[in-house]
Design a protein around this ligand. Sequence first.
Ligand SMILES: *Cc1c(COP(=O)(O)O)cnc(C)c1O
Length: 377
Amino acid sequence: MNIKRNILLNPGPGTTTDTVKMAQVVPDICPREKEFAGIMDPLRNDLVKIAHGDPKEYTSVLFCGSGTICIDVALNSLLDAGKKALVVQNGAYSQRACDVLRYYGMPFIELAQPVDRKPDLAQVEKALAENDDIGYVYMTHHETGTGLLNPIREVGALAHKYGAFFITDTTSSYGLIPVDVYKDNIDFCMSSAQKGIMAMSGLSFIIGRRDLIEKSKDFPKRSYYCNLYMQYEYFEKTGEMHFTPPVQTIYAAVQAVKEYFAEGEENKFARHRRVNEAIKAGIDRYGFKEALDRSVQSGLVSAILYPDDPDWDFEKIHDYCYERGFTIYPGKMQNKGTFRLCAYGAIDEKDIEDFWKVFEEALKTYHIAVPVQYNHG
Ligand SMILES: *Cc1c(COP(=O)(O)O)cnc(C)c1O
């Protein structure tokens, strides 16, 4: 089968390999057959191993849903009665976490921090020291809207120093930037199949400490469908998801994880770096400015400021590139016009070089001056 290859520069779902696409085409199977549980069991262990966890101590619990389901599940399931959550809020995804807590009416402290630099660890520690009822600290590892990389290891250590769990949203970094649950002080992290492991959307997973999940059995139950212990217990008893799993998506994830280990963590990390450097080369060539200083970036997302050129029109540039097989993505910053170029998916630097050629044609077609113009500085 000949499938058109599109280059997706949005932060997942990314470009997938043909072998991952084709892995979804399987004989029909009832997911309650033992054969299907036999596929999920090694997948769950492999997902733990990608985060360098020991499957005896850490487990992965699968959910049918986009990545946000894991934010919801982790937040609502892991807070004991009488405890508060502490959220380090410095971007669109940690704001989403605050929204989830608000929707559940759960008690939490929102520690708002600037979106363009690392959070102030002294303020995190102060909040922990002043509140002896923090059940967990929550932080996004990689704020995908801006490309900011947060210091999870340090914040995880602070959470533990004050007897709280540490939950981190690694949705857009897991399988991309090496994460180690032990070294990074992670009790719970999460991701979604369409991001770092380069599979299909519809399958998401929480990786976390078995002892703490067991402990959460007695925590208040705030959701029926989205409860971590309930899903975990069902997996432990039967090897299956409580409710219907995304069958074909799981086959794709199994293939993607196989390809992850075949490429290897270091090689994959190096490839994403290479892609990012090719992105930066074009940003510099055309004189674009970025929202964040490169020193605080993840190396996966570039949030690029819209030029002040009166002819600049993101939609037109997007459409020009899209028609030629390259997808660029709007930004997610409140006060600034930005667009994003991301180093996700099964692509390499050559794809980015091809992209910049098309992008340059688009700039010419719409008469945008190069180097691009900014009014201030
Ligand atoms: C993509 C992403 C999610 C999940 O978003 P969905 O649209 O629900 O898949 C969560 N957190 C971060 C940091 C992400 O980048």
